[in-house]
Design a protein around this ligand. Structure first.
Ligand code: SF4
Length: 440
């Protein structure tokens, strides 16, 4: 269904918006945050493109960059944003101010409480369409009716606080439509709403899109919402797009482990086809210090194993997680001692070094003896150093012995056909053979 609409819009038109290798940076004091780091995608007239990822992944900064709303200390420092073929970064947004409108997450923060809803729609109509007086008022009423606000001729003179949350979001959509946009950027437009109102707003956007031939960039962390709304999806992680595909294809055949984890968390109505949730364990990267190689390697459940060892996948993940915590100083032996004391029902001072070693293994999903002798020797040595209070040496040992190819090489995009692309080293021939061994 969604795919055929996408195919038809692409066949019949040029891209409305092309985002090409966009880089947006925030500089604060000594920190440089690469919030958006090489993001590329396009949108055609009349289609809905999803941008999905966790909080802090760079979705909203991408939206603000597209609208020219990134302000100091943020800056677009690279790439192109072509709208109807014109590079907005070079020429500025002035010419296209009304062509791209935004609907934000929180209605109350994006509507002015001091003016009536009608006033705010009329102001947008005056600026973007030159409408004033009774023409503007009639059009404001029409717009409120088009977004499903009952008794619009009366409610046009009401203030935002007189509207419910769902009605406020409808009013914001009406204000956005008053600009007569070609592209509507919806940044988590339903997140602040309850489920019933959320469904109504999604239906409304769908209807408006069909009536107005609007293109929509739908930004959300909610995979369930994206599955319902988008024709194509871009998955963003730590400022980079890691996978893009038509929606049906993305959900039925995710290729990137991060997408796979996101999809696995979406509930299915049929209990017999329930997806098995994948729990991501590991360190969430800091935007100011993104991981080397594949940025997902600090959490990936399929992170590639060093050819020196032969371990179950969860054990390899556990070793890398231990390494990360020891290296960063996040692992505190005193806390481990306390946990072990609770387990053994003794005072912390009475906890033996052996119990501390066992507790570390337990907390990182590691067995009391790894099946690979070489890996076990390194781990035992590192644990000895830890209990001897030599955290730095333990960290150095783990970092030199437990290394994944995923931290050394940045994966390139692989084309899976029909607009489906993803960036993971496992797509390379040399790693394709590698089995992901689990203990299930
Ligand atoms: S490159 Fe490695 S860490 Fe990145 S997604 Fe692929 S398997 Fe996971």
């Amino acid at each position: 269904m969604a795919q055929s609409r996408q195919e038809s819009v692409e066949a019949s038109s040029d891209a409305l918006l092309e985002v090409d290798n966009l880089r947006t940076v925030f500089r604060t004091g000594k920190e440089t945050i690469h919030a958006v780091d090489g993001v590329s995608f396009d949108i055609y007239p009349g289609e809905t493109v999803g941008l999905v990822g966790e909080s802090g992944s760079g979705k909203s900064v991408t939206a603000r960059s597209i609208l020219g709303l990134v302000d100091t200390p943020g800056r677009i420092e690279g790439g192109e944003l072509r709208f109807k073929g014109e590079d907005l970064v070079q020429t500025g947004w002035q010419e296209h101010r009304g062509d791209i409108a935004i609907v934000f997450q929180d209605p109350l923060n994006s509507i002015n409480p001091v003016y009536t809803v009608g006033n705010q729609i009329r102001e947008a109509l005056r600026i973007h369409q030159g409408l004033t007086g009774s023409d503007a008022r009639s059009r404001a009423v029409e717009l409120l009716e088009s977004v499903g606000i009952p008794d619009a001729p009366r409610r046009v003179d009401e203030y935002p606080h007189q509207f419910s949350g769902g009605m406020q979001q409808r009013a914001i959509i009406a204000i956005a439509l008053a600009c007569d946009p070609d592209l509507l950027v919806c940044d988590e437009p339903t997140t602040a709403l309850d489920v019933t109102i959320q469904a109504q707003i999604l239906d409304l956007l769908d209807t408006l899109q069909a009536e107005e031939d609007l293109a929509i960039l739908f930004i959300t962390h909610d995979m369930g919402v994206i599955e319902e709304t988008a024709d194509r999806v871009n998955v963003i992680y730590a400022g980079e797009v890691v996978e893009r595909a038509p929606t049906d294809e993305l959900f039925s055949n995710p290729q990137h482990p991060y997408t796979e984890a996101l999809v696995s968390a979406v509930p299915t109505p049929n209990p017999y086809t329930r997806r098995e949730g994948i729990e991501l364990k590991g360190t969430v990267p800091q935007p100011s210090n993104p991981p080397s190689g594949c940025r997902f390697h600090t959490r990936c459940h399929k992170v590639i194993q060093s050819s020196d060892y032969d371990l179950e996948q969860a054990q390899w993940r556990g070793l890398l997680n231990l390494r990360s915590e020891v290296e960063s100083g996040a692992l505190e032996v005193d806390k481990i001692r306390q946990s072990a004391a609770v387990g053994e029902d003794v005072e912390p001072d009475a906890v033996s070094d052996t119990a501390i070693r066992q507790q570390v293994r337990t907390e990182f999903d590691l067995p009391q003896e790894l099946p690979d002798r070489d890996a076990e020797a390194v781990l035992a040595d590192a644990l000895d150093r830890l209990v001897s209070d030599d955290q730095a040496e333990a960290g150095e040992l783990l970092a030199s012995e437990f290394v994944t190819p995923c931290e050394e090489t940045k994966p390139e995009f692989t084309d899976h056909g029909d607009g489906h692309r993803s960036s993971c080293l496992r797509h390379r021939a040399e790693y394709q053979e590698m089995e992901v061994v689990s203990d299930d």
